[in-house]
Design a protein around this ligand. Structure first.
Ligand code: INS
Ligand code: FE2
Ligand code: FE2
Length: 287
């Protein structure tokens, strides 16, 4: 973190958390006037209008087939370089930099948790859904924060007001606290808005990764800020979710605050990550 002024950082554990992003704003400030603000708000308007129970069911069914591409995890990391994320007010680097910055920052503080390093490397790979060979999904169906559909949209969700135009918003089956769910039913039984999290979870699970359940939980819910930052929807969690959430909270700090201008030397760290991929995944995966 050499280039950044240390006075502008907070030390937590071994990790220096910067107070400002590359654009000079606090992180996840969705109201600050910046060159990104309008584009991000437009993104969320569409996202909140179109993510419905029907849409999510269709996407899970369609992409759960994994019949589009065969490739390795590392090949996918490289593909991600062509992807631009329009939902992110903080990131000013290519996606592969973000993956490696996250993984390397975790590795420094948790040297023995190799599964957590790998979760860092792969957590955003699902963004390849934006590419034509994956069907070229629109931004609103791939990136941004995620939230449950099928029950009331919590007010803590970014740009909540746009849900009023969502066709589920006035549906009495879907707009109560529990909606189609029940107390402590477990997040595994909750339909999340469709995007890169749930897709990458499906890819990892169906290709029989040996990563622990906390890693799969991180991949699947890392964009669920209403839960891990605001504490909404806790009534849907079961005991296993509560355990896994502890790891997600650790992970989130690195995912969010490692977004910096300090570049990682890809060729130097590549052998280490290839060894982790080999340990936890088959050589080729179905996507
Ligand atoms: O804009 C960001 C970005 O798309 C991240 O990859 C996602 O995990 C976040 O939740 C989202 O807000
Ligand atoms: Fe993400
Ligand atoms: Fe990320």
């Amino acid at each position: 973190m050499g280039a950044t002024n240390e006075k502008e950082m907070t030390l937590e554990g071994g990790f220096m958390m910067p107070h400002a992003n590359s654009f000079g704003h606090t992180f996840r400030n969705y109201d600050a006037e910046s060159e990104r603000q309008e584009g991000v708000e437009n993104f969320y308007r569409r996202n909140h209008i179109y993510q419905t129970v029907d849409f999510v069911r269709k996407m899970r069914e369609e992409y759960g087939k994994l019949k589009r591409v065969e490739m390795s995890i590392w090949e996918c990391c490289e593909l991600l370089n062509e992807v631009v994320d329009e939902s992110d007010p903080d990131l000013d680097e290519p996606q592969i930099e973000h993956l490696l910055q996250t993984a390397e920052a975790i590795r420094k503080d948790y040297p023995n948790e190799d599964w957590l390093h790998l979760a860092g490397l792969i957590h955003d790979l699902g963004k390849v859904l934006l590419l034509p060979i994956f069907g070229g999904l629109p931004q609103w169906a791939v990136v941004g924060d995620t939230y449950p559909v099928g029950c009331r949209f919590d007010e803590s969700i970014v740009h909540h007001k746009y849900f009023m135009e969502n066709s589920d918003y006035n549906n009495p089956a879907y707009n109560t606290k529990y909606g189609i769910y029940s107390e402590k039913c477990g997040l595994n039984n909750v339909l999340m808005s469709w995007g890169h999290d749930d897709y990458m979870y499906l890819v990892a699970k169906e290709n029989k990764t040996t990563l622990p359940s906390a890693a799969l939980f991180i991949i699947r819910y890392h964009s669920f800020y209403a839960l891990h930052r605001e504490g909404a929807y806790e009534h849907l969690m079961n005991d296993e979710d509560v355990e896994n959430l502890k790891w997600l909270n650790i992970f989130n700090k690195y995912d969010l605050y490692s977004k910096s201008k300090v570049r990682v030397d890809v060729e130097k760290v590549k052998p280490y990550y290839l060894s982790l991929i080999e340990k936890y995944f088959p050589a080729k995966l179905k996507w």
